[in-house]
Ligand binder design. Structure first.
Ligand SMILES: Nc1nc2c(ncn2[C@@H]2O[C@H](COP(=O)(O)OP(=O)(O)OP(=O)(O)O)[C@@H](O)[C@H]2O)c(=O)[nH]1
Ligand SMILES: [Mg+2]
Length: 295
């Protein structure tokens, strides 16, 4: 078989499992995952390279109604992902029926005439048997495609079959990226994201969305990588929550993020975390730019 290469835009509502799927396929943590909607804040590429094919998946922030500037920037990024690609992979939560947001995603997808659409009906483990037929019909009709696969991204179930469907739409082309490249993101950005993931997993209510992380310094010191990062919160009242009793919370976040970082870098890591209050950062274009959330 000749070698195939293509770019696949992955779109869908927040929290449906887009990043989980891409991490599983690439075998690397290119995009962080949590049960909080809007975990992914900007476009991230995840590349899988096999002897017969290379696929660059473009993970996007979940599409939803824009509220503040951060959310608006995230939606713009997701929309931009649909240009210049070979396949649009729409991920949905198969356990629930299509809603208004999915109707608007379908409209967006249909404006890209000629680009094949593949449906990933994810979270099949939550789908009740009596709903299978109805949900499959509703989603395939809405997105105008018969090409779908039901999957469980967290377990890798049917993911190989999904890749087969995607490959059937990709052109015969040489690989574009070096074989050891698995993302277009810098190690610095991934480090900040790993810290943010731990915060998302461990906080509730407004804190997850009020948090950003910036890497301030990065030094290679023999077998040790020294990284200092700042956690930015929106309000003064959030600072003590982030620190925890006697600094216990931030310490725990640091420990868990360090473990992921050591795996990604293949190196020992010393991670130093600080907390800074920057009121209204989500509305501030300059800060969004510094955080690279504006593309
Ligand atoms: N039960 C179940 N949970 C899943 C499945 N796939 C993903 N999840 C969980 O769903 C949650 C959201 O996953 P993400 O991969 O962060 O979702 P996303 O679509 O990237 O979300 P955004 O970045 O917010 O747009 C996480 O808690 C995952 O572990 C699945 O097939 N079954
Ligand atoms: Mg995501």
């Amino acid at each position: 078989m000749a070698h195939k290469f293509g770019q696949v835009a992955v779109v869908g509502k927040p929290n449906v499992g887009k990043s989980t799927l891409i991490n599983l396929i690439t075998g690397h943590k290119v995009s962080i995952v949590s049960s909080k909607p809007q975990t992914t804040r900007r476009r991230v590429m995840g590349i899988v390279t096999k002897p017969d094919y290379q696929i660059a998946f473009i993970d996007t922030p979940g599409i939803h109604e824009p509220i503040n500037r951060l959310q608006r920037a995230m939606v713009e990024q997701a929309r931009g992902a649909i240009d210049g690609i070979d396949v649009i992979l729409v991920v949905v939560d198969s356990a629930s029926r299509p809603d208004e947001i999915e109707q608007s995603i379908a409209k967006l997808v249909k404006t890209n005439k000629g680009v094949p659409v593949v449906l990933c009906l994810n979270k099949m483990d939550h789908l009740k048997a009596e709903h299978v037929v109805r949900h499959v019909e509703e989603y395939t009709e809405l997105f105008g495609t018969e090409e779908y696969m039901m999957t469980i991204a967290t377990k890798g179930e049917n993911v190989e079959k999904l890749i087969e469907i995607i490959l059937s739409h990709l052109p015969e082309r040489a690989p574009f990226y070096p074989e050891d490249e698995f993302t277009d993101q810098s190690a610095r950005f991934l480090a900040a994201e790993y810290v943010r993931e731990k915060i998302l997993l461990k906080t509730r209510q407004e804190i997850p969305h009020a948090t950003a992380v910036v890497v301030e310094s990065w030094e290679e010191d023999g077998a040790l990588t020294r990284i200092a990062a700042t956690i930015i919160v929106d309000k003064t009242s959030q600072r003590p929550i982030m620190l925890g009793k006697a600094g216990a919370f931030i310490k725990q976040i640091g420990t868990e993020a360090r473990i992921d970082l050591e795996e990604m870098l293949g190196n020992k890591v010393f991670l130093e975390l600080h907390v800074k209050v920057q009121e209204g950062w989500r509305q501030n274009l300059r800060i969004l730019h510094e955080l690279e959330y504006d593309g």
